[in-house]
Design a protein around this ligand. Structure first.
Ligand SMILES: [Zn+2]
Ligand SMILES: [Zn+2]
Length: 473
């Protein structure tokens, strides 16, 4: 009990600096439980949805540990992508922590305990020089290490080649290092805990993470439902020949509002689809593709493209511009954009065909509404685009009822439609009778005309009357 009290007191002290940063002093019970587990040396698997504040866990862990032990504390955070490292470094400096990326640091400084947070890729951390620094039992790094944290840990499954394919074979490992992270512990002080953070992990993925990272059997699991109440789901099946017409509403939004149009990411599954979508938008928008309209400079184009083959400098530039209130308003991207990228104010995610797996679908949806404001996930697809999808995705887009329930049920069995129903999904809004101001769908530019096409998939849905106020074009 005394221990719990001192933990609470240390946490309260650690939190006392947050108001100076304009943040609330209150943390969520799941964050507290996660910090408690790590402080007490338990391994941790934290499955917490987008926007939950997962990084606050290791930020506060360092402070609590320092207060409790009166010694310096540091944490190694393994990140799968460079763009995540950059975001984390920025956040750490805002929080007043000393932080570095292993790639740019002088190893001796890291070993001597100069940094509280050390961000690294799996490959960097498993490189021999770092491991020998980590192993030196007299070094501050070895002594002060409070935990190894693996961020976005669900990718352990894909990148370590652990997810079984349909035929039961293991998929090819293309980032084997992730599968070797479990060995790290043998270089650390005995009892150093391993923490895995993720926004999306079903039971299978959770088991894989525990196994690949060699987590102890008494590993604590902290879980919060992934159901994001500010997201509204629309699913629309169309025939291939008319799919591009669905972009008409986005084109009108851009034409009407220019650089004030809502930030939108269109996720495509192939480079070819990106090309088709981009070409169509350029053609339809004409001069409106630039801001100001008379400009023809590429930097003034409202559209931007992001995929795994883009130059790193182009990617960085696109991310930086899209994050701020710059000219870039519409991003056409592959799932390469997904992980750890933090844009606060994206209002629309358009899936040009659903993602291949339900976890990817949630990751992509996770890019929108991170500021907590009402945002939309719109899946527009034709039959061939679901051919390569996992069964869970097929079940989701072909659901005969609430799409929210269908999307989340593998992650949370207790999921229910959201009230009022018109805020839930494109199925629920057809049966909503609340009579509220937005019940008729007038604030849903992508959904006009949806009734006809969605009939085939959702034969139970009632026909909603389209009022003159609807943004039909
Ligand atoms: Zn619903
Ligand atoms: Zn309603």
């Amino acid at each position: 009990m005394a221990d719990t009290l001192s933990f609470d007191a240390a946490l309260a002290e650690a939190l006392s600096f947050l108001p100076e940063l304009g943040m609330s002093r209150v943390i969520r019970p799941e964050q507290k439980e996660a910090i408690y587990s790590l402080v007490h040396g338990s391994d941790l698997l934290a499955v917490l949805p987008t926007g939950f504040g997962k990084s606050l866990i290791f930020q506060l862990l360092i402070r609590v540990k320092q207060i409790l032990s009166s010694n310096a504390a540091c944490v190694i955070v393994v990140c799968p992508l460079k763009s995540i490292v950059q975001d984390q470094l920025t956040e750490a400096s805002l929080m007043g922590s000393t932080a570095t990326s292993l790639a740019s640091a002088i190893l001796q400084d890291v070993e001597n305990g100069k940094y509280q947070l050390i961000f690294a890729s799996a490959e960097e951390i498993l490189a021999k020089p770092f491991l020998s620094s980590l192993k030196k039992s007299g070094s501050p790094l070895h002594q002060n290490l409070a935990a190894i944290i693996v961020d976005e840990s669900h990718i352990v499954e894909t990148w370590a080649g652990q997810r079984s394919t349909k035929k039961g074979n293991k998929s090819v490992a293309f980032r084997e290092s992730f599968g070797n992270l479990g060995e790290l512990r043998s270089f650390c002080k005995q009892g150093t805990p391993m923490g895995a953070l993720t926004g999306t992990a079903d039971q299978t993925t959770q088991e894989t993470i525990r196994k690949v990272l060699c987590m102890r059997p008494d590993c604590s699991t902290v879980y919060a439902s992934p159901n994001r109440l500010n997201l509204r789901f629309s699913v629309k099946k169309v025939t291939k020949d008319v799919q591009l017409k669905e972009l008409k509403l986005l084109v009108n939004l851009i034409k009407e509002d220019g650089i004030n149009c809502p930030k939108t990411i269109i996720f495509c599954n192939t480079m070819n689809e990106i090309a088709v979508v981009v070409n169509h938008l350029i053609l339809e928008l004409g001069r409106a593709v630039f801001y100001p309209e008379f400009s023809t400079v590429q930097d003034n184009c409202i559209l931007a493209i992001y995929h795994s083959n883009s130059w790193q400098s182009t990617k960085d530039q696109v991310l930086a511009e899209f994050k701020t209130n710059g000219v870039k308003r519409i991003l056409i991207a592959t799932t390469a954009l997904c992980m750890g990228v933090n844009f606060p104010d994206v209002r629309y995610i358009v899936n040009w065909g659903p993602a291949r797996s339900i976890l990817d679908q949630h990751q992509e949806a996770g890019r929108t509404g991170r500021d907590g404001k009402k945002s939309h996930v719109i899946i527009i697809y034709h039959g061939q685009q679901v051919g390569h999808c996992e069964q869970e995705v097929k079940d989701f887009v072909r659901a005969k009822g609430c799409y929210r329930v269908a999307a989340y049920k593998t992650l949370d069995a207790t999921i229910e439609p959201l009230e009022p129903l018109h805020d839930c999904c494109s199925y629920c809004s057809t049966i909503c009778k609340c009579g509220g101001a937005q019940c008729d769908g007038t604030d849903l530019p992508f959904e006009s005309g949806m009734q006809e096409e969605s009939r085939g998939e959702n034969s139970n849905a009632k026909q909603r009357e389209v009022t003159p106020e609807d943004r039909v074009t």
